[in-house]
Design a protein around this ligand. Structure first.
Ligand code: CMP
Length: 146
C-alpha cells in the first residue's frame, strides 16, 4: 500500500522521536513506517481487555492511557503511559492472553502493528527486540510485586 507522503513523513518523524527506534537507520524507519496503522482512541475507551487474545502492538503518539489489572481484590492501576510509550507487547512476546486492561485517560492517537509485522521486526532488529523485551520483563517483574 502506498501512503501519502505527508503521512509517511509524519510517521517517520514520530518513529525518530521514539527512544527504542533510535538504533534504526533512516531506511529502516522508512520501511517500518509503511507497516503502522494510525488509530484514534478516546477518553474512557478500553483499547485492550485483560484476558483476551493479543493481536496488535500499540505505540502512543498523542494522549495518555491508564493500565489496570483486575484481581480478586479489585482493580489496580499499574501505570500511566503517554507519547513515545508502547503497550500490548506482553501477550505477543509471551503468547499469553492480555495481562492487563488499557483505557484511554485522554483522547489520543496511536500507531498499531499486526502480530506478524511485530514478530518480523523483533527478528530483524535485535536492538529494538532487546529494548522491547527488557521493558516487557521490567513490567512483568513489577506486576509480580503487586
Ligand atoms: P499485554 O499483556 O499484551 O496487554 C496489556 C498491556 O499492558 C501489556 O501487554 C503491557 O504493554 C501493559 N502493561 C502491563 N503491565 C504494565 C506495567 N506494569 N507498566 C506498564 N505497562 C504495563
Amino acid at each position: 500500500m502506498k501512503l501519502p507522503i505527508e503521512t509517511l513523513q509524519q510517521i517517520q518523524q514520530m518513529l525518530n522521536a521514539v527512544p527504542f527506534m533510535k538504533s534504526l537507520n533512516q531506511k529502516e524507519v522508512e520501511e517500518l513506517a509503511y507497516q503502522f496503522n494510525q488509530r484514534h482512541f478516546m477518553k474512557g475507551e478500553t483499547i485492550i481487555h485483560q484476558g483476551e487474545p493479543g493481536k496488535l502492538f500499540h505505540l502512543i503518539t498523542k494522549g495518555r492511557v491508564d493500565v489496570f489489572r483486575k484481581s480478586l481484590f479489585g482493580r489496580k492501576k499499574l501505570a500511566e503511559l503517554g507519547p513515545g510509550n508502547f503497550f500490548g507487547e506482553m501477550a505477543l512476546i509471551e503468547n499469553v492472553p492480555r495481562t492487563a486492561t488499557v483505557v484511554g485517560s485522554e483522547d489520543g492517537e496511536m500507531y498499531t502493528l499486526s502480530r506478524d509485522v511485530f514478530e518480523r521486526i523483533l527478528l530483524t532488529n535485535p536492538s529494538v527486540s532487546e529494548t522491547i523485551k527488557q521493558e516487557a520483563n521490567r513490567r512483568k517483574e513489577s506486576n509480580k510485586a503487586l
